[in-house]
Design a protein around this ligand. Structure first.
Ligand SMILES: Cc1cc2nc3c(=O)[nH]c(=O)nc-3n(C[C@H](O)[C@H](O)[C@H](O)COP(=O)(O)OP(=O)(O)OC[C@H]3O[C@@H](n4cnc5c(N)ncnc54)[C@H](O)[C@@H]3O)c2cc1C
Length: 297
């Protein structure tokens, strides 16, 4: 019987493990090795580690946990159930684990544009988050991908990082007159042609090729097409979700299920490494405080 099972070994899960290990709790952490930013070569915006490779960040985090006796298992969890104050977790190899508290830190995955060339460039010159990658794209010719009306907000936002912003609606024509006037007033160009493919070298976007054969020179592409939970364990356990598909959390990362905490991107809040790590720390402290109360004589 563990005090805590943590599912997910990204920044949220690892930081929670650190606080719980330092609180002398018996903790096991499962990780399937697919952190959301694994596509990327730089992790930006984390004070003291700005620009660090995300893989190095995870390795460093794991190394820091060794002295606290955290068990780390590089395996995916398949199912989790809760009954009478006990969580029962099954990994994909059929092994069963029990705990008093459970932390979900399983993260999200992004809906990528369905364009030829995206996977090679995602995380290098194709991005979804301007706070993570806007600085590196500053003053470039920035493309925003947004069929129908999906790219308007992001195209306007990207003007903070470059004067040269074009919204590509990829063969759709749903912008209203007011949308067009707003974009024009803010000097955002619009291209309605269907995109055939993206061209670049070493992960760096060079051209967007249109169905007309025209090649538009572009240095970066941003998109915002929504996300999905990386794991369905929150759903299995009966968590409440927001309309955007993230798990509703209360103060200190409590979920609606007693003893179940959720931290990082899987939970409601800003989706950045520093925020995920901070939520993991909050959950770690809250879990320890709940265990202390339960054990007090
Ligand atoms: C391309 C890209 C670039 C980014 N760049 C930045 C940046 O520069 N700066 C920044 O602050 N943020 C950046 N982000 C956002 C950042 O990746 C996330 O905010 C952060 O990773 C969230 O941490 P997390 O611990 O919640 O989840 P994750 O880091 O996604 O970790 C979740 C972990 O849970 C594991 N997992 C999931 N399901 C299971 C299961 N059933 N069993 C076991 N393990 C499971 C996964 O394998 C994964 O290792 C970027 C995101 C992307 C996509």
């Amino acid at each position: 019987m563990y005090d805590v099972i943590i599912i997910g070994g990204g920044p949220a899960g690892l930081n929670a493990a650190m606080l719980l290990g330092r609180s002398r709790r018996k903790v096991i952490l499962f990780d399937s090795g697919k952190p959301r930013n694994r596509w990327s070569v730089n992790m930006n915006g984390f004070l003291t580690s700005d620009g660090m490779n995300p893989r190095d960040f995870i390795q460093k985090g794991r190394a820091e946990l060794t002295k606290y006796g955290i068990e780390i298992v590089d395996t995916a969890v398949e199912t989790a159930t809760y009954s009478k104050g006990e969580f029962v977790v099954n990994d994909v190899d059929g092994k069963v684990y029990r705990s008093r508290k459970l932390l979900l830190a399983t993260g999200l995955k992004d809906n990528l544009p369905e364009l030829e060339g995206v996977e090679e460039m995602y995380g290098k010159s194709i991005h979804h988050c301007p706070y993570c990658d806007g600085w590196e794209s500053r003053d470039k010719a920035i493309a925003v991908y947004g069929p129908e009306r999906k790219g308007i907000g992001q195209a306007l936002a990207m003007k903070t990082w470059s004067d040269d912003v074009t919204l590509f609606t990829d063969g759709t024509d749903s912008l209203t007159r007011a949308d067009k006037e707003l974009l024009e007033r803010n000097e955002v160009k619009v291209c309605k042609e269907k995109i055939t493919r993206l061209e670049g070298a070493d992960g760096m976007l060079q051209h967007i090729v249109l169905s007309t054969g025209e090649k538009r020179p572009q240095g970066a592409l941003f998109f915002s097409l929504g996300t999905q939970q990386q794991s369905d364990i929150g759903k299995q356990l009966g968590c409440e979700f927001t309309s955007k598909g993230v798990i509703k959390t209360r103060k200190l990362q409590h979920s609606n299920i007693p003893g179940l905490f959720v931290a990082g991107d899987a939970a409601r809040d800003m989706q950045m490494v520093v925020v995920a790590a901070a939520e993991g720390a909050k959950a770690g402290v809250a879990i320890n405080m709940d265990l202390q109360k339960e054990d007090r004589k």
